[in-house]
Design a protein around this ligand. Structure first.
Ligand SMILES: [Zn+2]
Length: 431
């Protein structure tokens, strides 16, 4: 059965379409995106709403919602130590509820796909599928012989790589679930391990999700230890011959930007996290000019403290204008594209990310009745500069209605919030 959604306006690759009609076929694909046709039998009359593609979070650690507000005023390395201390006490149930809270927040604020690095197993991936979301899941590891999540999994880092391949085989062909290798960062993974992962990736076709050049401390450490900056070090190992999604990329040199562009390496821009931890400002205008495959991410709520990508949209647009004293360096439309069409392709879901014929129908509807939309500029202007995640009222993923007029249809929100409070009280009794 086809679904027909009507709204006041809609963001498409060809620009704003007003009024708007979207038809979704029974395979969850968009079979029409344009102005209303006579004779359509409307399934969802969303008068007073704007439609846009679901947002893509290009880098997060969803289950870390339980660590929201931890170490809020410390720099990167002390913050990381505080995070890892809490992780020593995590149970698998904590990770389940942390992930569920993350999915609630992402859906409520219009995110439909996320690229995640944390503990992942088949059961957690099933949770994402049942919630209706899409994920590029990278089971995290740092060294070959360390146990990344001691209370959760007995697997060593090397075994996590085998498990990543087993999960990728198990979920092969799944339109919602994709796997990536998840080495934490070049400064936590020895060179031989990074080379092994790159070789595995080239063999298996499974991409790699890794943090790169996040802090100046990382750059200094790598330069002292290996005589190269982080991305140059990875390049010297042949790492970028694999398909890589690199998070942060705050301190890339000109040469490293050129390496990313030449090798098709993806970069996730996470401006709130980078600012909150005092890490710096990534060179987004240069990365855009170089044609790097980009995406926008929140990072975890432990360094954000929100999964609302609308905050990142606004900041990613205005931050670089301020840094360059030039309002022309990044446009609202460019950043919207990074958070939707280009972001979806960068994290491995190219069949989503735009409202056009043939794409999977990942669609969100925002309330235009808000005072902040009264009056409004162009739709791109409104979505980038005025809208917030709280404006999102409906979410469809692959045509499935997962959030209807502010109510979750796939997740039991009150029960999840209650369990999250209980888990937090145990893990962080002092806060
Ligand atoms: Zn991260």
């Amino acid at each position: 059965m086809t679904t027909i959604v009507r709204a006041d306006t809609m963001l498409t690759p060809a620009g704003e379409v007003s009024p708007a009609e979207l038809e979704i076929d029974d395979a969850g694909r968009i079979s029409y995106a344009g102005t209303p046709r006579s004779g359509s039998i409307v399934t969802h009359d969303l008068t007073g709403h704007a439609l846009m593609p679901g947002l893509v979070n290009g880098h997060t650690h969803g289950a870390m919602t339980l660590q929201r507000g931890i170490s809020d005023d410390e720099g990167f390395m002390p913050w990381l130590a505080a995070v890892q201390e809490v992780e020593q006490g995590l149970t698998r149930d904590d990770i389940v509820v942390g992930l569920e809270v993350a999915m609630l927040e992402m859906i409520e604020t219009g995110t439909t796909t996320f690229a995640d690095m944390y503990h992942w197993d088949a059961g957690l991936l099933e949770l994402v599928r049942d919630a209706g979301m899409r994920v590029l899941a990278a089971p995290a590891m740092s060294t070959a012989d360390s146990v990344a999540f001691p209370g959760v999994s007995p697997l060593t880092g090397a075994e996590v790589l085998d498990e990543t391949e087993a999960l990728a085989a198990r979920f092969a062909g799944d339109a919602q679930i994709k796997l990536a290798y998840g080495p934490h960062a070049p400064y936590t993974c020895p060179p031989e391990l990074l080379q092994d992962i790159a070789a595995r990736s080239k063999r298996s076709g499974i991409p790699i999700h890794i943090h790169v050049s996040e802090s100046r401390a990382e750059v200094a450490q790598m330069t002292e230890q290996y005589g190269r900056t982080p991305a140059a070090h990875l390049d010297s190992l042949g790492f970028f011959e694999a398909r890589v999604l690199a998070a942060h990329c705050v301190h890339l040199t000109d040469d490293e930007i050129e390496v990313f562009a030449r090798t098709g390496t993806g970069a996730s821009h996470n401006p709130v996290s980078n600012l909150k931890l005092g890490c710096g400002v990534a060179r987004l205008p240069e990365m855009l000019d170089a044609g790097i495959a980009l995406t926008i991410g929140t990072d975890s709520v432990a360094s954000n403290n929100s999964l609302d990508l609308f905050e990142e949209l606004k900041l990613a647009t205005i931050l670089h204008r301020g840094m360059r004293h030039d309002a022309s360096v990044v446009s609202a439309a460019q950043v919207l594209d990074l958070a939707t069409r280009q972001g979806a392709a960068t994290v491995g879901f190219p069949e989503t990310g735009s409202l056009e014929f043939g794409k999977l129908a990942d669609v969100i509807a925002l309330d235009l009745g808000r005072t902040s939309a009264t009056p409004r500029g162009s739709l791109a202007s409104h979505l980038t500069f005025s809208a917030t995640g709280a404006d999102v009222r409906h979410v469809f993923i692959g045509g499935q209605h997962v959030y209807a007029d502010g109510e979750h249809l796939t997740l039991d929100a009150p029960a999840i919030r209650e369990r999250a409070h209980a888990a937090s009280a145990r893990l962080r009794p002092q806060t």
